[in-house]
Design a protein around this ligand. Structure first.
Ligand code: ATR
Length: 299
């Protein structure tokens, strides 16, 4: 059943947050945070802020002075914002990108990254029986792969194999992340060997754009997979990517990419608005309905 949400009229004391992007029209975050604001009847607002990269250094320091509690960042700002922060939390330093800013009373800007936490929380929710210590195979070596590798390592993976079409990017990811994941062996492997390497793995994660609406599907053979393999895709458009469909057809646990999008928003919402929100079926439906429509729908 769809949850009935009523708009909350904001007062002069409303708490403010938002998402900075360029473009920002594609962002699902206003819909997501708007759902929680309405559910908890919070006197607050979460706004899409279209800010050009060349204007970021000028606009950002003004936001805490205008009463904002913090913001999310999306493309192309996640790396650009690093030198503009007064403080960067270790997880964001390790991943090399900031997706959440917290503004202090003194207007200090703290940058963090909740993508790794969000991925870990979504995986734990979608595959509670996953063997977190077993080797994992991660496909891709972009920004999302960094968050995923960090999360898998922190969850206890003894060994993580990273297969990327461009081998140098996998090597760079390992060079940057290895010091932050001392208990995990990070190993670059051949992209062409991805199907063979599945044998003995407990987790497979696709962080490439393959399978995304309009892109070719990810070509991988699950034939050698262990029956307990958990298959996760960070692509959420479509919700059921070809690899997740193939995994389910084989009886494997499959975790879609929407959970990461939803869970990564939890820490920011809590820090800005003072309530720890939950990710549940009603929220999933609310955001997924928007995905099916394609363009953000009016709330
Ligand atoms: P994000 O920050 O979302 O991870 P990205 O940095 O653009 O995005 O990374 C996209 C990932 O998808 C990369 O690992 C990319 O591989 P390359 O590093 O070789 O570019 C991978 N990718 C995109 N298209 C691909 C394709 N056709 N075949 C294999 N990998 C592909």
């Amino acid at each position: 059943m769809t949850e009935t949400l009523h708009p909350v009229w904001i007062s002069g004391a409303a708490r403010l947050a938002g998402v900075i992007g360029h473009p920002v029209t594609h962002s699902r975050s206003p819909r997501l945070h708007g759902f929680w604001l309405a559910r908890h009847r919070i006197d607050g607002a979460y706004l899409p802020l279209a800010i050009r990269p060349e204007d970021l250094a000028q606009v950002l320091p003004a936001l805490p002075r205008m009463g904002f509690r913090g913001v999310n960042l999306t493309l192309p700002h996640k790396e650009l914002v690093l030198p503009l922060c007064d403080e960067v939390e270790p997880v964001a330093r390790a991943i090399g990108a900031v997706n959440t800013l917290i503004f202090g009373e003194d207007h200090r800007i703290t940058g963090t990254n909740t993508d790794a936490w969000g991925f870990g929380a979504a995986l734990a929710a979608g595959a509670p029986a996953r063997d977190a210590a077993a080797p994992a195979l991660v496909l891709g070596a972009g920004g999302a792969a960094r968050a995923v590798v960090y999360a898998l390592a922190k969850a206890g993976a003894a060994r993580i194999l990273i297969a990327n079409r461009t081998a140098e990017r996998a090597a760079a990811l390992i060079r940057d992340l290895a010091p932050h994941c001392p208990a995990t062996v990070l190993e670059a492997v051949d992209w062409a060997a991805r199907s063979d390497l599945l044998a003995g793995c407990g987790t497979l994660v696709n962080t490439t754009s393959l399978g995304l609406h309009g892109q070719p599907p990810l070509d991988i053979d699950l034939g050698l997979a262990d029956d307990r393999l958990v298959v996760s895709d960070i692509v959420y458009d479509p919700l059921e990517t070809p690899i997740l469909k193939a995994a389910r057809a084989r009886g494997l646990v499959a975790v879609d990419g929407l959970g990461m999008l939803l869970h990564q928003a939890v820490p920011g919402f809590e820090r800005w608005f003072g309530v720890r929100p939950v990710v549940d079926a009603a929220l999933r439906r609310h955001v997924a309905a928007d995905l099916l429509i394609g363009e953000p729908a009016p709330c």
